[in-house]
Design a protein around this ligand. Structure first.
Ligand SMILES: [Zn+2]
Length: 417
């Protein structure tokens, strides 16, 4: 069995405990031991000097869209043929892995089989990329987020349009047949849709119920875009597992989210909110425009809600809708800084959200998300102490080494020495 020893550095193990000096011995795809210092007692196949660095668990993006193509107008995504779309998604998978994300929980594929085929190719070892839990396209109603059609013209999009229980059942079962891990619903509207606003709950209760029952009947999970308070309550009533956004949560929602905290994961997808307001001017979205569209208000509401969910012990995961021109793939680690700046997390807490909590959301709790004996060898070697300053994770040069499943996918330490 291949053995690798990371020696001379510190370990931050993903539990939130302080870092400690230790070597890390990898055997095959697992962490075999964390000896204080292995020295010459045992001869691993390879020794890597990581002094000055911290070994941390691989990061997890809990709201990824690897098939998003950096389109300012997301409607153009539907114009891209499946072949080109697959190849570009494959490139994004590699970019995100090299940025330190060893797992991605998809918040929606852009075509039915894109996430699925990329997940399978990565899992088979044919292409580099993170572990993926694949979603289907977002399931949306006529006139809501992802419906790009008009009366006189058909247009494909990132979503599948379903109206009524029968269409929902047929579409959900088809996606399960095609191999998705997660079904994704758009229950509330969105700021980009004039007729379906973020504070409006547009998907009907019986549609949500039909989708959730179908997912769970097949042992799959269901995630939902829920900005409006009533949409959050609908999702919780029907056992939705992963709730995205949640900005307009009222007091009752906060209580319900807290009561369900051992069963659910919640993600603010804050990266897109932040960058739409402050970094999208090149694409015609000024601060004033973002304010007029309600995005500024949404961001303020997110700060209220997620500071509260942190205090209530709800499992919040990072992942900020990366894949727009102003949120490019590979910059996903910026989400951690947003947790610290806007939600009251300590740097260490934000890193736990991105590692141990993220691994639990990937259904890998007890197997990944920690640097500990017996855990999967998904880990990063980072220059400095990211648990004290998560901004360090944003500089590609600081991510010295990326290991996933015991394989090294990026190694600046060997090339620098
Ligand atoms: Zn999303």
């Amino acid at each position: 069995m291949d053995t690798v020893l990371f020696e001379g550095g510190c370990v931050w193990d993903g539990t939130g405990a302080p870092a400690f000096p230790a070597d890390v011995l990898i055997a095959g795809n697992r962490v075999a031991a964390l000896p204080p210092r292995l020295g010459s007692r045992r001869q691993p196949a390879r020794r890597i000097d990581v002094s000055g660095c911290t070994v941390i668990p691989g990061l997890v993006d809990g709201h990824a869209h690897l098939p998003f193509l950096h389109k300012a107008d997301i409607a153009e995504t539907g114009d891209v043929p499946p072949e080109e779309h697959t190849l570009e998604t494959r490139r994004h998978a590699r970019t995100v892995l090299e940025a330190g994300f060893t797992s991605c929980l998809s918040g929606g594929s852009a075509k039915p089989r894109l996430d699925v085929v990329i997940r399978n190719e990565i899992a088979a070892g044919h292409i580099p990329g993170p572990r993926i839990l694949a979603a289907g396209p977002e399931l949306t109603n006529t006139g809501n987020l992802g419906d790009e059609r008009r009366m006189h013209i058909h247009r494909e999009s990132i979503a599948l349009i379903v109206d009524g229980v029968d269409e929902m059942l047929h579409t959900c079962r088809s996606l399960v047949r095609e191999g998705v891990d997660t079904l994704k619903l758009n229950i509330s509207g969105n700021q980009t849709i004039p007729g379906s606003r973020p504070q409006q709950t547009v998907m009907r209760e019986d549609e949500v119920q039909a989708a959730a029952q179908t997912a769970h009947a097949h042992g799959k999970r269901i995630a939902a875009h829920v900005r409006a308070a009533a949409s959050i309550k609908s999702a919780l009533r029907h056992g939705v597992d992963i709730l995205y956004h949640c900005e307009y949560a009222d007091e009752e929602c906060l209580d319900l989210l807290e009561a369900a905290r051992d069963a659910i994961f919640v993600a603010p997808a804050v990266g897109l909110l932040h960058n739409t307001i402050y970094e999208a001017e090149r694409w015609g979205i000024t601060y004033e425009k973002a304010k007029a569209n309600g995005v500024v208000d949404q961001f303020e509401q997110a700060q209220r809600v997620f500071a509260e969910l942190r205090k209530r012990g709800v499992r919040v995961i990072v992942g900020g809708d990366y894949g727009f021109p102003w949120t490019p793939h590979g910059t996903n680690a910026r989400d951690l800084e947003h947790f610290v700046r806007f939600f009251g997390y300590s740097d260490s807490e934000a890193l736990v959200a991105a590692t141990r909590t993220g691994a639990a959301a990937m259904m890998l709790d007890g197997q990944a998300g920690e640097v500990a004996e017996g855990f999967l060898a998904d880990l990063l070697v980072v220059a400095g102490e990211p648990q004290k300053d998560v901004r360090l994770l944003q500089a590609p040069d600081n991510i010295k080494l990326v290991m996933k499943d015991g394989q090294i996918y990026k190694d600046l330490l060997s090339t620098e020495s």
